[in-house]
Design a protein around this ligand. Structure first.
Ligand code: SAM
Length: 471
């Protein structure tokens, strides 16, 4: 590990290598719209950081990106100009320093001194004075004191307080509050805000690595023998409690098992286990890329086939790769799910796992919460409705559709389902809760919302819709 003590070095010493890699990754993510996980993995490989250095670098990158909106509120009180007048590269430097000072056990003197060296190397000597002065101000208070200083009081504005204290944009906090107050599995009156706090805290914890043993190809026991523990509810799931690279497990390397959140497994299993009378050999995955749910559905369809649709070629290729080990006559179509190339009513079961804001998977993508906007949700709505319409038209009378999102935002979940079902007289909502055997806290139904703080899964939403003959 690098020597992190500045005391034995001269004033012009080289910056710490680990912090430099972390800073460059943060810049790439914030300046170029990159994904933290991809950029970090590449940077760790290229710089050959491993062990404790890699862990330190990961915490610097993930923590800084996850908390950056909150840190900006602190920095706004510590810089004499409005933050949007600061150069973005300087702002990222200040955020990285703030994270070390307030959220990591790095000695204040070391953190400031390291950030001054890094600023000199990356941004030039002229910027070091400002970084030194601002970070010294930040170091004068602890995290809790900063929150008390800048956040609205809980008593006056609990959502505004939580937005700062738990690092989520306010509009996201408000949408989660709506979902928890009157969505499926709503908290009892008066409890919603406490539950909201538990959700936001859970969103700030990196998830455990969750695996799926593809039915017929691998057994959970094989994953357990490789060090995983059985998942709580998915009969095909397992969890790598201590983390680590899942690729080292033979079944994963061979594509007989995969990495998949337990919530994603549960919604696919729910669709596969809904009661359907008569023919049951043709299943459709209407929005398939990258194909995690396709692979699970294809290994569950008995004596039948899955058709997987995905408009983006490179994602359709990922679906093909995910299906390569699953026996059967499965098909991948590159196309638009709203423009079916198959006759209406051709399928017995349809999954519409529609493109969404991804607000249910914030644990996985530290930068995502600050990048999404309410406009994204608004703009996705017509596509979500069109895909659900198409899914219902694609299923035969008596067959079922699962409308799924990895977002709990009510405008992407119930609002879409209600709008589409209001327009149709040939489909109705069914209670889906019985399709999640043993899973607690599913509320009053009929739709199902899973939550990170209650189920340890991504916040997956499922509505089960049955097609009737119509009038
Ligand atoms: C939430 S992801 C699906 C995840 C996938 N079911 C899985 O488990 O791996 C949504 C997918 O829908 C695709 N998509 C976007 N527009 C579409 C359209 N018009 N028709 C079908 N799929 C679409 C996106 O490219 C994306 O791959």
């Amino acid at each position: 590990m690098s020597d992190r003590s500045p005391r034995h070095r001269g004033p012009q010493r080289a910056p710490d290598r680990v912090r430099r890699v972390a800073y460059q990754v943060i810049r790439q993510v914030n300046a170029e719209g990159g994904y933290a996980n991809l950029a970090l993995n590449k940077a760790l490989r290229d710089s050959r950081l491993s062990g404790r250095d890699a862990a330190f670098c990961t915490e610097l990158v993930h923590g800084t990106l996850r908390w950056q909106g909150t840190y900006d509120a602190f920095l706004a009180r510590s810089v004499s100009r409005p933050l949007d007048e600061l150069d973005p590269e300087l702002l990222d430097m200040l955020r990285l320093g703030t994270h070390q000072l307030l959220n990591m056990r790095v000695d204040s003197y070391a953190a400031v001194s390291e950030m001054v060296s890094l600023t000199r190397a990356e941004l030039g000597q002229k910027r070091t004075g400002l970084v030194n002065a601002v970070l010294r101000k930040i170091s004068q208070r602890e995290m809790g004191q900063w929150i008390t200083t800048v956040a609205p009081r809980w008593e006056d504005d609990p959502l505004g307080h939580l937005a700062i204290a738990e690092a989520h944009p306010r509009w996201v906090v408000e949408s989660f509050d709506r979902a928890l107050s009157d969505g499926p599995g709503a908290a009892p009156p008066g409890e919603a805000v406490n539950e909201l706090e538990r959700l936001l805290v859970a969103d700030n914890e990196p998830p455990r690595v969750s695996l799926v043993a593809r039915p017929g190809l691998a057994e959970v026991d094989e994953l357990v023998a490789a060090g995983a523990s059985p998942a709580r509810w998915s009969p095909f799931g397992a969890v790598l409690e201590g983390g680590g690279d899942p690729g080292r497990i033979g079944a994963v390397a061979a594509g007989r098992a995969g990495v998949q959140d337990e919530g994603s497994q549960l919604v696919a299993i729910a669709l596969a286990s809904a009661k359907v009378d008569g023919d049951d050999a043709d299943w459709l995955d209407l929005c398939a890329g990258p194909g995690g749910k396709s692979a699970l559905l294809a290994s569950l369809v008995k004596d039948g086939r899955l058709t997987a649709v995905e408009p983006l070629k490179h994602r359709a290729e990922l679906v093909r790769q995910n299906l390569r080990t699953v026996p059967g006559d499965h098909k991948v179509l590159v196309g638009d799910g709203t423009k079916p190339t198959w006759p209406a009513g051709s399928f017995d079961r349809v999954l519409a796992d529609v493109p969404c804001s991804g607000l249910g998977a914030l644990r996985r993508r530290p930068e995502a919460r600050w990048r999404r906007t309410p406009k994204d949700v608004e703009e996705l709505r017509p596509l979500q409705e069109a895909l659900l319409e198409s899914a219902i038209s694609s299923v035969r009378p008596g067959g079922v559709v699962a409308y799924v999102t990895c977002s709990p935002h009510p405008d992407e979940t119930r609002a879409v389902v209600d709008a589409v079902l209001d327009r149709r007289d040939d489909a109705s909502l069914e209670d889906a809760r019985a399709l999640f055997p043993g899973v607690p806290d599913l509320g009053d139904g009929p739709d199902v919302q899973l939550w990170p703080h209650l189920h340890g899964t991504d916040a997956m939403y499922l509505a089960l819709i049955r097609r009737s003959a119509g009038t």
